[in-house]
Ligand binder design. Structure first.
Ligand code: UD1
Length: 427
């Protein structure tokens, strides 16, 4: 398995182009199931998760053509030949559950493997299932599969989510777009990726109101048409590079991303002594003082602080002047980066869902292991400021969600390289 070797201590300066959002691309791809006409997506990042969902869609009979250079993805669901998403494909990526709502809405049936647990907690799919039942689907769980049936189609209904869920909001919003009548989602998620999906569904012919609020009203249509849609910028990738800039010093410009979607980061960055300013679609990061100052964060659904930036912020706190507290409220078991950061000299104590991070003047390079997507990038960030060499193994996690991470960081002055399997053996 490949590794990344980082030599720490370089100040980063320059521009980083932000890719299209992974978490917006995946639901948009699933929306291709809703129409027999082509859906043309642009600014789709070249990531393992995108390829995994392409495999699921192709299994259903959807033609998928991705051009990694232009970042355009053409999806054509003229003929859906199969309504089953098998375990072998779904287990690779939980977000495959997003095909469930669109499939049952268009085809009247779906068989989708339960995603099962994952590294950051149990992550159930009960809200997806309950929401579809409210729209009239009959659902059974059988041998690890969700079997959903709605032979006469789905019917709009009020759906109240007992917990805010990004994926469940997306799944039900897509299903409701092809249901008869009106669906009102309450306690819906408000993430920019949901707004992006909703805007695409509107272009496809659905009538949707309340995007970006916790009450979304969807007027379903008998047919939806194809369209073209450009994916929004990846705010988690942008936030990750903002942290890289803050930790290493220097000035970084994040190109083509929206500071509006990064508001939760501005206040903790300010506390840390880092300026974050928007400039015509770019975001500029500049640290004022020699050391980062301590700050506290608590993860929450949008517009609160995203769990997907929690590990990166912890990395940043490890070298602060003072201390900071991180509280994770979205996923249990999302502190797996802690022991790895401690191996690099960080001083972190975990109490339940909170971690107290006491800053140290310097981290020390060490061999460390990635455990999930965001945890792995937090180790890369730590490696950028650590004394000496850090080697991060199991970086296949990174390939799921960061497009050309090594290229983007070396482009602004970082010293890191990807070691292929064979080079590792020679190490
Ligand atoms: C999405 C993001 C992921 C991010 C997460 C939270 C994508 C592809 N992934 O994941 O990167 O970390 O939002 O911002 O967009 N829950 C239930 N029952 C359900 C569904 C969820 O209890 O049926 C719980 C989860 O266990 C978790 C919370 O709700 O505690 C939020 O999860 P959810 O918003 O659904 O996350 P995902 O959509 O899986």
């Amino acid at each position: 398995m490949d590794k990344i070797r980082i030599t720490g201590g370089k100040e980063l300066n320059g521009d980083i182009e932000i890719s299209g959002a992974k978490n917006a691309s995946l639901p948009l791809m699933a929306a291709a199931i809703l129409t027999d006409q082509p859906l043309m997506l642009s600014r789709v990042p070249d990531l393992k998760d995108v390829l995994s969902l392409n495999d699921v869609l192709e299994q259903l009979g959807i033609r998928a053509q991705y051009d990694g250079r232009s970042k355009k993805l053409a999806l054509n669901g003229a003929k859906i030949t199969n309504t089953e998403a098998p375990y072998d494909l779904v287990r690779k990526m939980r977000a495959s559950i997003l095909v469930l709502g669109p499939l049952v809405a268009r085809m009247g049936e779906a068989k989708v493997s339960l995603p099962g647990g994952c590294a950051i907690g149990t992550r159930p799919v009960d809200l997806h299932i309950e929401g579809l039942k409210r729209l009239g689907a009959e659902i059974e769980l059988h041998e690890g599969y969700i079997l959903a049936r709605a032979p006469k189609g789905l019917t709009g209904a009020p759906v109240h989510f007992t917990k805010v869920s990004v994926g469940a909001t997306e799944n039900i919003m897509m299903a409701a777009s092809l249901a008869k009548g009106t669906t009102v989602l309450t306690n819906a998620a408000r993430e920019p990726e949901i707004v992006d999906l909703g805007e695409c569904l509107i272009k496809m012919g659905a009538e949707i109101e309340g995007l970006g609020t916790d009450k979304i009203t969807i007027q379903g249509k008998q047919f939806l048409r194809g369209t073209e849609h450009s994916v929004i910028a990846d705010r988690i990738e942008a936030g990750t590079f903002a942290v890289a800039g803050a930790m290493t010093g220097g000035t970084i410009t994040l190109k083509n991303c929206d500071i509006k979607h990064l508001q939760y980061l501005v206040a903790p960055m300010h506390k840390a002594g880092v300026h974050m300013t928007g400039d015509k679609g770019d975001v500029i990061i500049h640290r004022e003082d020699d050391r980062i100052h301590g700050f506290d964060i608590m993860t929450e659904p949008y517009p609160g602080f995203p769990t997907d930036l929690q590990a990166q912020m912890m990395s940043m706190l490890t070298i602060c002047d003072g201390a900071g507290m991180i509280t994770e409220t979205i996923f249990e078991n999302r502190f797996m980066h802690v022991p790895e950061l401690v191996r690099m000299g960080a001083n972190i104590t975990v109490h339940g869902a909170s971690a107290l991070v006491r800053g140290v003047p310097k981290l020390k390079g060490a061999p460390v292991m990635a455990t999930d997507l965001r945890a792995s990038v937090s180790l890369i960030l730590a490696g950028l400021v650590a004394e000496g060499v850090t080697t991060v193994s199991r970086i296949y996690h990174l390939d799921r969600g960061y497009e050309d991470l090594v290229g983007k960081l070396t482009g602004v002055g970082a010293q890191l390289e990807r070691l292929k399997d064979q080079e590792e053996a020679a190490e």
